[in-house]
Design a protein around this ligand. Structure first.
Ligand code: C2E
Ligand code: MG
Ligand code: MG
Length: 398
């Protein structure tokens, strides 16, 4: 049986005969190198021994609306599986794919509310993956459905990011906690720099929006290493493991295997966030100089916090030094604080006193502090790289 040959009737009887099941594909954290969760993927186990993949039967189920029936029958099975997985790892994060149709009626939210209310799972045990195309023409009902899930404490993940056209708009309109980079884009990074550009700019965007990133389709150690060094948070793909039955996945979790990990991603993300702050301050000042005060109300909204504690770099050195890191992280503290104070004064000067000399002086002070911070960060990066090279991050040849 293949693709278009499969009739809806056959799918209906397969669901009834309990031939549908979930397989679980591991997801690894770049920070710890450990399995932190998995994605639940539907499998049709045909009695003749063959396994039918979702792409061969879900399109029919989707276009006929039968998908909601599948979700309603399979969700309790998923919850049972999560209970079994929790016995091995209580904070396991299981990502579950839903279609937009599932959100049009309240049954999904109702079922999840009862599973969580009955304490069978924690909201943190389940994540909902939805593709942007599914929510692109989001009706109010779909939107409300998504918000209800978030109110339950469930994280929303935007699936297959990088393939559609309105991802950005969807990301800003809905409370997504993570974006999942499309596996095709991830795999094709080795063929075409455009794909690498899409991946890098998606990681950048997620950083700006303070949401997590998961890369799908990680098939080689090289791609894994590149994503780790680029500050991506989690990886999923054949190089780590393919989807396996629940029991096989439980066995894999019990092995406590580790993949390469580094906290460099945290430093990298903090660094980029810091550079972005400097750029935002300068862009804003430049814009203010080019517009009349009466027009400032028409300027684009911008998230700009001058508090060093809200800056990712500020958070990073505090964590790094508390985590038993070298005390010279604290050398960043003074200059970093002064730089943010100078940034705030600069913006205030540009807003209150368009006298060029005053603003120029404030720009100078801001950039001077910023140079000191940059030099400190460069030192830390240099030492970090040196340490990594000496310890050799490279995994042993298998
Ligand atoms: P998806 O959510 O993007 O799931 C990832 C797909 O990529 C899975 O295919 C997975 O096996 C495959 N994959 C993961 N890593 C790699 C890799 O490194 N290389 C390659 N070549 N492939 C990789 P699968 O299981 O065939 O699922 C296809 C799609 O079916 C899923 O795409 C998802 O959109 C849909 N789907 C799966 N299960 C469900 C479900 O329970 N409900 C709904 N509504 N849709 C589902
Ligand atoms: Mg998915
Ligand atoms: Mg995907």
């Amino acid at each position: 049986m293949h693709g278009a040959d499969i009739q809806l009737k056959e799918i209906e009887s397969a669901l009834l005969a309990e031939e549908l099941t979930f397989h679980y594909q591991p997801k690894v954290s770049f920070l710890t190198g450990e399995i932190i969760g998995c994605e639940a993927l539907l499998r049709w186990l045909n009695p003749d021994g063959t396994v039918i993949l979702p792409d061969d039967f879900l399109p029919q189920a989707e276009s006929s609306g039968f998908i909601t029936e599948i979700t309603a029958v399979m969700l309790p099975k998923l919850i049972e599986d999560i209970e079994a997985l929790r016995a091995v790892k209580s904070d396991i994060q299981v990502a579950f794919n839903i279609s937009a149709l599932d959100l049009r009626s309240p049954y999904l939210v109702k079922m999840l509310r009862s599973f969580i209310g009955g304490r069978r799972i924690d909201p943190g045990n389940i994540q909902i993956e939805i593709t942007e195309t599914a929510v692109v023409d989001a009706s109010e009902r779909v939107r409300t459905g998504l918000l209800d899930l978030v109110a339950l404490g469930i994280e929303l993940v935007m699936d297959d990011y990088g393939t559609g056209y309105s991802s950005l708009e969807m990301l800003s309109r809905m409370p997504f906690s993570a974006l999942k980079l499309d596996q095709g884009v991830v795999r094709r990074m080795t063929e075409d720099a455009k794909n690498t550009h899409i991946v890098r700019s998606s990681l950048y965007l997620a950083r700006e929006l303070s949401i997590k990133t998961v890369a799908e389709g990680v098939e080689t150690a090289a791609i894994y290493a590149f994503l780790l060094a680029s500050g991506c948070n989690e990886a999923q793909g054949f190089w780590i493991g393919e989807a396996a039955s629940r029991d096989d996945f439980v066995a894999l979790c019990k092995q406590r295997r580790r993949w390469p990990a580094s906290s460099y991603g945290l430093l990298y993300n903090a660094w980029v966030n810091h550079i972005s702050y400097r750029q935002k301050v300068l862009d804003l000042v430049h814009t203010l100089m080019l517009t009349k005060p009466g027009e400032w109300g028409q300027l684009p909204k911008m998230e700009l916090s001058h508090s060093p504690a809200r800056c990712r770099l500020g958070q990073w050195y505090r964590d790094a030094s508390h985590g038993g890191g070298s005390p010279d992280y604290m050398r960043l503290e003074g200059p970093h604080r002064l730089m943010h104070a100078a940034g705030e004064s600069l913006v205030r000067a540009a807003q209150s006193n368009p006298e060029p000399d005053v603003v120029i002086k404030a720009i100078k002070a801001f950039l001077e502090y910023s140079d000191v911070v940059d030099a400190e960060v460069s030192n830390i990066v240099e030492r970090w790289m040196e340490k990594s090279l000496r310890q050799s991050l490279r995994p042993d040849d298998e």
